[in-house]
Design a protein around this ligand. Structure first.
Ligand SMILES: Nc1ncnc2c1ncn2[C@@H]1O[C@H](COP(=O)(O)OP(=O)(O)OP(=O)(O)O)[C@@H](O)[C@H]1O
Ligand SMILES: [Mg+2]
Length: 505
């Protein structure tokens, strides 16, 4: 074999010689592999016979010839149809090939299959995009909930005025309801970004589903026939029950929309093993419970499928879909250590499968402590309360609200000044602390220090949004109420503390 032929045959890249009419004259072994064809199938045929988008390829023929006449190398990407019908994305460079007298004879095209490389790049880009949205949400959520805390607190103070302000009260009430909806929206965003505070407990998913199916049937209407199917010996999972219910409800509503005017929705849960999950998603030798939601609705095409978990992606009309349903489900599943798969065939239907890891010690459920039941008879003796909050507007609203409830309020904006305040004010009974404080000392650290000098002090935390780890740290010390809070919630929480129903460490 001649030296150049040897090189050609062993080259990893595909090399194809074509004439001026783009008919294949000769090619190497890598080209046969990339095109998925035999030499007989390839040689003698126009290149266009192997191109997926034949029309636009043909349209560009004059442009290619004009470039070749100017001795320009043509570099681009093209989708090929292989012998077995699969598509291959090829990156190529076509060099014009001329005779000794300079007349144009055709091209030498060097190309390679970049299908897998592109798929990996897309996957990475997608993951990075999701991560960026997540970080952004976490950042916004904190400030946003603080802002809404101020708005909500002020509105509730207006509502609580004794004056005969009928219309004003009504408007304040309506506005406040909107603020609370804003808080829910932030919650959904947080759940997508996997930064929400989950409350996982050991759960029998079948039992949970049976308890919710009535509500689900009512939400999706009579036109949809819902069936449940569970493995008899279904393993237990450690999971946030409210979030799972809301995920299933969200997916059932999607299924309803896809089955207009009606159809069959099947919800099933069965024991599953890790091998069922695509390898790149597997995280270990876990066993899973697979919850599947199957509909016989419109199904989705590839373009839709690629985007469904993205926040705000929706194919529904304005006002009908916010595009947050599946992104919330996705975030929740991932944060629970699980996986989500979807199979969909246009015109036939869709199946979502959620895989949740089985509880390490799949035994009796740990009974969850329900938060304190409130005694409705309030103690009249409301003592002095120290509020530590760095946002001045929030501080002002909280001060007014607590004052109105009958507390004697002292305020501080940082951890260090709060320490001084406490030592000068031995009659402070409660410290109401924002978890996110400036100047290095977090609310949790402050609480620990305050409690170390005053073990009888009662602590209540508040938070607009905090890292789940910090939040958990705080929750280990005492109760946390979320911003924006309802004054009723705040009042109940404080009374609970004063009655000593929450033991402090
Ligand atoms: N079961 C399904 N069958 C067909 N298409 C679906 C199904 N589930 C989701 N989709 C598609 O995915 C898109 C995104 O769903 P997602 O639940 O995130 O948002 P949405 O339903 O449009 O709005 P939202 O849930 O916030 O009200 C939908 O608009 C729809 O096109
Ligand atoms: Mg939805």
């Amino acid at each position: 074999m001649r030296r150049d032929a040897l090189i050609l045959e062993n080259l990893g890249d595909s090399v194809v010689f074509t004439n001026a009419d783009e008919i294949v004259l000769e090619c190497n072994a890598s080209a046969l592999k990339m095109f998925g064809r035999t030499e007989d199938e390839l040689v003698g045929q126009p290149i266009s016979a192997f191109v997926v988008d034949k029309d636009s390829f043909a349209r560009d023929f004059p442009a290619r010839t004009a470039l070749a006449a100017k001795n320009k190398i043509l570099e681009s990407e093209i989708v090929l149809r292989k012998g077995n019908g699969d598509h291959a994305l090829a990156e190529y460079a076509s060099v014009p090939w001329k005779s000794a007298d300079g007349s144009f004879l055709g091209y030498v095209t060097v190309s390679r299959d970049i299908t897998e490389k592109r798929a990996l790049e897309d996957q990475l880009q997608h993951a990075q995009k999701m991560e960026a949205v997540g970080q952004l949400t976490g950042g916004i959520a904190h400030d946003f909930n603080n802002l809404m805390g101020v708005i909500s607190g002020s509105l509730q103070l207006i509502e609580a005025e004794d004056e005969d302000w009928g219309f004003i009260h009504k408007m304040a009430h309506t506005a406040n309801k909107s603020v609370m909806r804003g808080r829910d929206l932030v919650d959904r965003m947080l759940s997508f970004s996997r930064r929400q505070n989950l409350d996982p407990v050991e759960t029998d998913i079948a039992e949970l589903m049976e308890g919710t199916v009535d509500l689900l049937r009512r939400s999706i209407g009579d036109n949809i026939n819902v069936t449940l199917e569970f493995d008899a010996n279904l393993a237990r999972c450690v999971i946030d029950q409210a979030q799972l219910e809301s995920a299933i409800l969200n997916m059932s509503l999607n299924a309803r929309d896809a089955m207009e005017p009606g159809g069959h929705l099947s919800i099933a849960a069965r024991n599953a093993s890790v091998t069922e999950i695509e390898e790149d998603q597997a995280i270990g030798e876990h066993h899973y419970v697979c919850v599947s939601i199957q509909d016989d609705g419109t199904g989705m095409d590839e373009g839709t499928l690629a985007k469904i978990y993205e926040p705000f992606f929706t194919t529904k009309d304005i006002g009908e879909g916010g595009g947050l349903g599946l992104s919330m489900v996705y975030g929740f599943v991932k944060q629970s250590g699980g996986h989500i798969n979807v199979e969909s065939v246009p015109g036939e239907g869709t199946t979502f499968s959620l895989f949740f890891p089985v509880a390490a010690n799949d035994s009796s459920a740990h009974e969850k402590q329900i938060t304190q039941t409130q005694e409705k008879n309030k103690t009249k003796q409301l003592g002095r309360i120290l509020v530590v909050e760095d946002n001045p507007d929030m501080l002002e609203v909280t001060q007014h609200s607590l004052g109105r409830m009958g507390y004697d309020v002292v305020t501080e904006t940082s951890g260090s000044s709060a320490m001084t305040q406490l030592s000068e004010n031995p009659d402070v009974k409660i410290a109401f602390i924002d978890i996110m404080l400036p100047d290095g000392m977090t609310g949790t650290e402050l609480a620990k220090m305050l409690l170390s000098v005053r073990s009888d002090l009662r602590v209540l935390f508040t938070s607009g949004y905090s890292d789940p780890a910090i939040l958990k740290d705080a929750a280990d010390i005492s109760q946390v109420i979320r911003k924006p809070f309802n004054l009723g919630e705040l009042k109940d929480a404080l009374e609970g503390l004063m009655e000593g129903s929450k033991t402090l460490h």
